[in-house]
Write a protein that binds this ligand. Sequence first.
Ligand code: 6GU
Length: 287
Amino acid sequence: MKIDIVSVFPEYFEVLNLSLLGKAQERGLLSIDAHDLRDWTHDVHHSVDDTPIGGGAGMVMKPEVWSECLDSLLGERSLVNIEQSDVKKPDGEHSDVEKPDAEQHSAEQSDEGYAASDPAPGTTIVFPNPSAPLFTQDDAQELSHQNRLIFGCGRYEGYDARIPAYYCSKGYDFREYSIGDYVLNGGEVAVSAMVEAITRLLPGFMGNPDSIVEESYTGKQALLEYRQYTRPAQWRGRDVPDILRSGDHAKVDRFRRDEALVRTANIRPDLIEQLRVEDLDKADRKL
Ligand code: 6GU
């Protein structure tokens, strides 16, 4: 997978070279390149924003700077194909190519402006936007199957609305996501979160692939996880629950499942509502 991130603060993404993500890059599982949006400006001030048409506070990111940037990144297609052929795909699942999904922006008449090269299959453009649909584990899962992701970080009061509309009209899979119901100063933190959520799902990323399956929000049932304990069995007057030390695996499984259900009902009742009756077992229904 090749990931490009564009921001006016590209240094922000140096953290992505640390830890598991850094190791995955060294192993050639993925590459992440952060770019400075100002590299695509032509004026002496390298300006990327302008006042909002219609009035209002703040500044809006200009469409021409973003289109120059995105067109040049999208033009690097041959390079992506070469890189992809180096990475072996351990399971057939990840070689699937998703069709562009222009749900958020319907196709519009084309304008006579410069068009980037034809939409590359397996490429998705993502712009964080606090006014967009929430980014979920399902989205992370879906995007982990792509071979190229281009993230564009907005700053200030956002970016010109014609940017997503244009790329969707050209057949690109252009998506906008929020990462939660709170306001950040810019898209950088949101992109870091999305990149981490997506890349850890790549085959071979995790040392132990089982650790992905059991976690919250994955698998067919999205429950919060049960609580975990380690040694010592007694600590500051608090005991680890006896069942967990009983060695009876069926009882341990039931205990953990009950706890996951109760915690989810208390903390995230919205997730309980999404459960399907057929996902519950007999013992669940007694709760
Ligand atoms: Cl994607 N951007 C910003 N600026 N704030 C946010 C967000 C995104 N998601 C939640 N808050």
